[in-house]
Design a protein around this ligand. Structure first.
Ligand code: S3P
Length: 183
């Protein structure tokens, strides 16, 4: 999982953070954005602004499938961005087309955490429709396992267990600077 390949013609204008719910994409993304002097956007927030509905309402009133279509449309609109940190929804890069599209303009760093730590981080929150079922810890383990092969297609993977958003952001920026230098 090399962060950058010198033969690769990509121009890295942006930094995209991917990974499971509760891995800290938004909090790390905000810190990384401040450190870089970049703007920060979150794909879930873009979808909510465009539809006027919360992600939970889209899942409940429409469907997950419709949410994935909205996600795909939002990703297509990101390629014109410059100097932006993009926090993506936890399932977004599971669609290989979304990952490929992000990689045309951004370094895609996946944040990783163990299922136990993810559960600790999300257990008090209620805005994640995929974790609202009866056995959320089991669902986290199952989804994480299912998605692992997709997450491993990111440019780099960073473990976030027992690390603050600032510590993780520093590691992410290290990868970003290496990639932009073409190392
Ligand atoms: C999802 C993660 C959520 C949101 C939606 C689906 C997923 O984003 O996009 O609830 O499939 O993992 P966060 O990772 O920001 O919670």
């Amino acid at each position: 999982m090399e962060p950058f390949n010198v033969a690769d013609p990509r121009i890295i204008h942006n930094l995209a953070l991917a990974g499971f719910m509760g891995t800290g994409k938004s909090s790390v993304g905000r810190v990384a954005g401040e450190m870089l002097g970049f703007a920060f956007i979150d794909t879930d927030e873009l979808i909510e602004a465009q539809t006027g509905k919360s992600v939970s309402a889209i899942f409940a009133q429409n469907s997950e499938e419709e949410f994935r279509t909205l996600e795909r449309d939002v990703v297509q609109g990101l390629s014109a961005l410059r100097n932006t940190v993009i926090a993506t929804g936890g399932g977004l890069i599971v669609n290989p087309g979304n990952l490929a599209s992000l990689k045309t303009h951004a370094l895609v760093v996946c944040l990783w955490a163990s299922p136990e730590i993810i559960w600790e981080r999300v257990r008090e929150q209620t805005h994640r429709p995929l974790l609202n079922g009866p056995d959320a810890p089991a669902r986290i383990r199952e989804l994480l396992e299912q998605r692992k092969p997709a997450y491993r297609q990111a440019d780099a993977m960073i473990l976030t267990d027992h690390r603050s958003p600032k510590e993780v952001a520093q590691q992410v920026l290290h990868q970003f600077h290496l990639a932009r230098k073409g190392k």
